[in-house]
Design a protein around this ligand. Structure first.
Ligand code: ZN
Length: 428
């Protein structure tokens, strides 16, 4: 929904920057706010840019083959107004403590470093980088008043595709941040964003006299970068690599996924995907598995993990998913290819934060793999990541791997169980 723009720098730097946008955690938060906001935006002055919207809606609905079912009011907002909108939405719509819990789990498993301030980082990111959004609550499109004229039309094409998606399929259910499966949320976001990127791309192709995406075999990187450049913003430089990859996922992989869907049957096939959406990042990475419906994730339940933390209560539960596993493994001394291979046998997972009556906390992360060999491959890649990051050998004996966490890793059959013991919640 959000269209973020790099705000520092000139318009030309926008195009040169690698593209980025809301991830899943991050996204869960911000999409929630954007989706949820109840029109609390302070007075927004209408500016001439909104005049271009009528023509854009015609273009978008023609390419997307969806009939608009209502007007989409347009507004132009200042940085301060959008910031206020985001802050209010976060506090109103995100489940309490969601970001804090996510931070605990992400630090434990290694998505962000132990000391990274995820909560602050995510909120500041959105506050500082947002460039425009479609708000399914008020059904209107809001463009940041600092968006350069040269890309306003592209922003509008992207966001009005979201308006059409919302009118036809109801975006609320694609953005619900209250569930316990972030992997599924990421897959839904990839469909929603990939579709908006594809429409934007197809309009551009049409105007250049090029064949539509449905008729070309592969999207070259230049084209993809161009799409991404129009739909994303630069993350603050201190954003950890794995988190950045997860934030980029719906854009980088969403367009590839939707391209595969388009190849299978044009925008009618994309409509079918909205009716029966992808359920995991695995299906986004392997569109063939989505189209054939042959992939069924085996995500453990939170109850199923309780025996690892006897007497403790589950406080928070999430599915990390194949792509998050890949992102965790990448970097250090593990190549992208190795990380992709070691995460490729993913069949399901769940990470649960448990709190014992005495306040001690642990994160239990069980993953299920397609075969015993896949489980072993992941376990050894994960150990290699821990070794390269912390200089410690991770095994079945509880070991202090960093000043703030101890861990174990046990591979058994098709399952790998990792457990992390972390300090008490200082606020509890
Ligand atoms: Zn979007």
């Amino acid at each position: 929904m959000l269209l973020l723009k790099r705000m520092r720098g000139t318009p030309s730097s926008i195009c040169n920057n690698r593209i980025r946008l809301t991830g899943r955690a991050a996204r869960g938060a911000v999409v929630a706010l954007v989706v949820a906001a109840t029109g609390a935006l302070p007075a927004i002055a209408e500016k001439p840019q909104c005049a271009l919207l009528q023509g854009v809606m015609k273009e978008v609905s023609a390419v997307r083959a969806l009939t608009p079912k209502g007007e989409v009011p347009c507004a132009i907002a200042s940085r301060e107004e959008i910031g206020e909108f985001l802050r209010q939405s976060v506090s109103k719509k995100l489940p309490p403590k969601k970001l804090e819990m996510e931070q605990v789990v992400y630090r434990a498993v290694g998505i962000v470093p132990d000391e990274y301030d995820y909560v602050h980082g995510v909120i500041e990111f959105y506050l500082s980088q947002i460039g425009g959004y479609y708000d399914p609550d008020t059904k209107r499109f809001v463009m940041a008043d600092w968006i350069p004229a040269s890309i306003q039309e592209s922003v509008a094409r992207h966001e009005l595709t979201h308006a059409l998606q919302d009118q036809s399929y109801g975006l609320d259910r694609f953005l619900d941040p209250t569930g316990d499966n972030g992997d599924q949320l990421m897959a839904l976001a990839s469909l929603v964003e990939g579709d908006a990127a594809a429409v934007m791309n197809d309009i551009d192709r049409m105007q250049r006299g090029q064949p539509p995406l449905a008729k070309i075999k592969s999207i070259d990187t230049g084209e993809e970068d161009k799409v991404l450049a129009l739909t994303t913003a630069a993350l603050p430089t201190q954003t950890p690599q794995a988190l950045e990859a997860m934030i980029l996922f719906p854009y980088v992989h969403g367009i590839k996924f939707v391209h595969a869907i388009l190849r299978s049957g044009g925008y009618a096939a994309v409509d079918a995907a909205f009716k029966e959406p992808p359920r995991s990042s695995h299906e986004i990475l392997q569109p063939g598995d989505y189209l054939s419906r042959r992939f069924k994730a085996e995500n453990p339940t939170a109850e199923g993990l309780a025996s690892a933390a006897p007497g403790a209560a589950p406080l928070y539960s999430d599915v990390l998913g194949e792509f998050a596993v890949r992102a965790i493994l990448e970097g250090a001394e593990i190549s992208k290819t190795q990380a992709s291979k070691a995460s490729g046998g993913w069949k399901g997972d769940r990470a649960v934060l448990f709190v014992a009556p005495d306040g001690s906390r642990s994160v239990v992360w069980k993953s299920v793999w397609q075969s015993e060999v896949d489980a072993q491959e992941f376990a050894s890649a994960y150990r290699a990541m821990i070794r390269s990051r912390y200089g410690v050998a991770l095994g079945e004996q509880r070991t202090q791997i960093s000043p703030s966490k101890a861990a174990t890793l046990v591979a058994h059959g098709r399952e790998v169980l990792a457990q992390f013991w972390i300090p008490r919640d200082p606020a509890a």
